[in-house]
Design a protein around this ligand. Structure first.
Ligand code: HEC
Ligand code: HEC
Length: 341
């Protein structure tokens, strides 16, 4: 084994041990993740505490809604029923629910990167008016009063203190454990599976046209760009510019991963496209791109019907059934992935 390969393997094993994943859980070839575990934490108990909180409607103002109401396992923790998210009391949000996967490798969160650390991310849905509509003091009070949580906090933190940072870290840690890396594509890359001729053609086209932004192996380069869609005149979402306050970021959004893309419809930050066919038609209509489209899109040109079908055939190989059905990520009260009950 060469020194370079050895270093890569050792770095990978170190990163797995950091958040308690076994080698079997993920795939070789992912870079070193950005998210790290607090030193004193007991990894699997912390992840388990986070899982219980993620599925618990106690986090919402009227005990009706949990994180998992919007982020459903069978759709890679996205939501396939509606274009914009639906929260407590019938309140409709302003963006499409994104998939939750491989978050430990992301450098910022939300479509516009408004949140920079996974352990801070949950404040936004918990206190969001259109999401769980709660306050942090209320959450703290309710969780302290729920007998089922005392032992879980003790197990996760070796101390029974229940605090807001501890609640947030547990949720962040569960989210970080949602790793998807066992699709047919991963098996193809590691030589365990083969592709059909059409899937091969799709991969070649994908690498030529889509990889600059949807870069392997995570299928995102984590940049904020415009993929040429026009702004929705009702939502007037300016994207990244809302956070950065820089004009050049107008109408740019974080490049989403395309892993599990077959099951995370509808697509784009506002859920405007229902089918992959619609997405591919968008990318192969350069004359219709918005003026703020990233220049890299220009190399795509007009894709013919066969090319669009080939790319879709390739995208379907990114579905990771192990991830979608993994009991470790499922509702702990039923141990079944939501929707498969
Ligand atoms: C009402 C539906 C809803 C609920 C409830 C909800 N989310 Fe979300 N979630 C969203 C939407 C919509 C976004 C994208 C928001 C944006 O870009 O402004 C999002 C984004 C995220 C992200 C960032 C993903 C990424 O790729 O950047 C994470 C992580 C996340 N949610 C975790 C959670 C957790 C943990 C909870 C529970 C505490 C939760 N969500 C509750 C709808 C919801
Ligand atoms: C210049 C960068 C860039 C290129 C090149 C690019 N995309 Fe994208 N893609 C994006 C961005 C940014 C978004 C999110 C846009 C939004 O929601 O406003 C996106 C969204 C998507 C989505 C929806 C994902 C979701 O979760 O909603 C799909 C599917 C997709 N792209 C497929 C492709 C395919 C297939 C190609 C090649 C034909 C491609 N993209 C080329 C930047 C790019």
């Amino acid at each position: 084994m060469s020194a370079k390969v050895l270093t890569t393997v050792l770095t990978f094993l170190l990163c797995l041990s950091l958040w308690g994943l076994s080698v079997d859980d993920t795939t070789l070839g992912f870079p070193y993740p950005d998210y790290e575990l607090p030193e004193s934490a007991n990894d699997s108990a912390l992840r388990e505490l986070g899982r219980h909180l993620f599925y618990d409607p106690i986090l919402s103002i009227d005990s009706s809604t949990s994180c998992a109401t919007c982020h459903q396992q069978f759709s890679a923790f996205a939501h396939i029923d509606h274009t914009l998210s639906h929260g407590v009391l019938g309140r409709v949000g302003k963006r499409n629910v994104p998939a939750l996967q491989n978050l430990a490798w992301q450098t910022s969160y939300m479509w516009d990167g408004a949140i920079e650390h996974l352990d801070m991310q949950s404040i936004s849905p918990i206190t969001g008016h259109d999401e769980l509509g709660e306050t942090m003091p209320n959450i703290l009070h309710k969780i302290r009063s729920a007998p089922r949580y005392a032992l879980r906090f003790l197990g996760a933190y070796n101390s029974d203190t229940i605090s807001v940072p501890r609640i947030l870290t547990a949720l962040g840690h569960f989210c970080a454990s949602l790793v998807s890396g066992k699709s047919r594509y991963d098996n193809y890359i590691s030589g365990k599976d083969t592709f059909s001729i059409q899937e091969h053609r799709g991969l070649t086209l994908f690498r030529r046209h889509c990889s600059p932004c949807h870069t392997e192996p995570l299928f995102t380069n984590n940049e904020f760009v415009s993929n040429g869609i026009h702004v929705d005149s009702a939502l007037m979402d300016i994207g990244r510019a809302k956070v950065s306050r820089v004009d050049k970021d107008d109408y740019t959004f974080r490049v989403p991963s395309l892993r599990n893309i077959a099951v995370t419809h509808p697509y784009m930050h506002d859920g405007r496209f229902r089918r992959l066919r619609d997405v591919l038609l968008h990318y192969s209509s350069p004359d219709k791109y918005a003026s703020h489209a990233d220049p890299r899109l220009r190399t795509i040109g007009v894709l013919n019907d066969g090319e669009r079908k080939d790319i879709i055939a390739f995208l379907l190989t990114l579905t990771d059934n192990d991830f979608l059905n993994n009991a470790r990520f499922a509702d702990p009260t039923t141990a079944q992935p939501l929707g498969n009950k």
